[in-house]
Ligand binder design. Structure first.
Ligand SMILES: NC(=O)c1ccc[n+]([C@@H]2O[C@H](COP(=O)([O-])OP(=O)(O)OC[C@H]3O[C@@H](n4cnc5c(N)ncnc54)[C@H](OP(=O)(O)O)[C@@H]3O)[C@@H](O)[C@H]2O)c1
Length: 327
């Protein structure tokens, strides 16, 4: 089978595209004919070695796939050949990745794709949307009626955060570029603030005088001086981006308010958490509520080029999907 793979960690040009032996499913695995895979920021962290995780070389890159069940191991129930399925947890912790014509997926990491959902839209959504679900409900412990601040609300993760939070009955305040205000409002934001506005913090404070219950910054600015001081009593800051930032923590305002700062990566989510996220993601996919603003579909052989563009910052706000079967 053809695959995008690496023989060692490194920059985008370590990615090779060529033939590898087709994988074989174990007793509780499913062999999937891959239709499409996505290019995620985390793929660059794994490929470069910046995110430390067990890799077997040659290592097929890629986290997410949409495909069709080709074969099931003897211990698998619930999937049959021909089923349309998706996964968003390949390519780390010893598991080979998704950027190949075939992939083996443990049955408890595989989910049905709702009927009628476009595979490119689905594969583009499953990583950022599952991230948003887990950040809000597992790590942010969001409850009905709370106020959520989403910074970077027009992005892939940000727009899913707004959608999930609004549908859960939260009041959503969003920050985004001025041109993206309408997009964020349509996703469910009650108020949208321009992140370049010098009066931003004061405006958020006036919009939520009792404070923000859950504060999430997908832009990875991680200004804790600001976010901690905007928290409601027992409010939570969920850190999920900006790996290189080293913010100063205002300890007094945090502990005297009963607040907390928690870090989260989907890479460490359990299969039970991922399955809960998958049910919620499928609900939104089935309703057509998870759509990237800009989607670019390229052949699988363009993986190295897509990684290079991502590292140059050229994929911000857009999703690249790699298709098998495209020349
Ligand atoms: N922890 C995890 O498990 C996890 C999982 C998935 C992704 N992530 C991380 O999440 C981050 C976001 O990913 P993404 O795919 O959503 O990226 P994205 O689509 O590029 O979204 C980022 C958004 O942030 C906006 N932005 C830039 N500067 C800002 C600022 N100062 N204040 C507020 N918004 C600002 C951008 O707007 P402009 O277009 O105006 O620049 C853009 O809309 C990445 O760092 C990724 O690595 C983490």
């Amino acid at each position: 089978m053809r695959a995008a793979y690496i023989e060692q960690p490194g920059p985008p040009d370590v990615i090779r595209y060529g033939e590898l032996p087709a994988p074989r499913p174990g007793p509780t695995d499913v062999l999937v004919d891959v239709l499409a895979t996505a290019v995620d920021p985390v793929d660059a962290l794994v490929r470069s070695g910046a995110f430390r995780t067990a890799l077997d070389f040659p290592f097929v890159i890629g986290r997410d796939l949409v495909g069709t069940v080709a074969e099931t191991g003897p211990g698998v129930t619930g999937f049959r050949a021909g089923d349309r399925v998706w996964c968003n947890s390949l390519g780390h912790e010893g598991r080979q990745g998704a950027a190949a014509e075939q992939a083996v997926v443990a049955a408890d990491r595989l989910y049905p794709l709702p009927a009628g959902v476009d595979p490119d839209l689905a594969v583009a959504a499953v990583h950022p949307a599952a991230t948003a679900y887990l950040a809000l409900f597992v790590h942010g412990r969001l409850r009905l009626g709370e106020t959520v601040l989403v910074a970077g609300a027009a992005g892939n993760v940000g727009s899913a955060l707004v959608t999930f939070a609004a549908r859960a009955g939260a009041r959503v305040l969003a920050t985004a570029g001025a041109r993206d205000a309408g997009y964020c409002a349509r996703a469910g934001a009650a108020e949208v603030f321009d992140y370049r506005d010098p009066e931003l913090t004061g405006r958020i404070h006036r919009a939520a005088p009792a404070g923000v219950d859950v504060y999430l910054d997908t832009a990875g600015v991680n200004d804790l001086e600001t976010s901690v001081c905007l928290l409601a009593r027992r409010g939570r800051v969920v850190l999920l981006a900006g790996a290189g930032t080293r913010p100063v923590l205002p300890a007094g305002p945090l502990y005297m308010n009963g607040g907390s700062v928690v870090g989260f990566v989907i890479s460490h989510a359990t299969t039970v958490e991922l399955a809960a996220a998958a049910r919620a993601v499928n609900d939104l996919l089935g309703q057509g509520l998870l759509r990237p603003r800009t989607l670019e579909v390229l052949p699988l052989g363009a993986a190295a080029e897509a990684h290079a563009r991502m590292e140059r910052g050229e994929l911000r706000g857009r999703r690249v999907v790699l298709r098998t079967g495209l020349a």
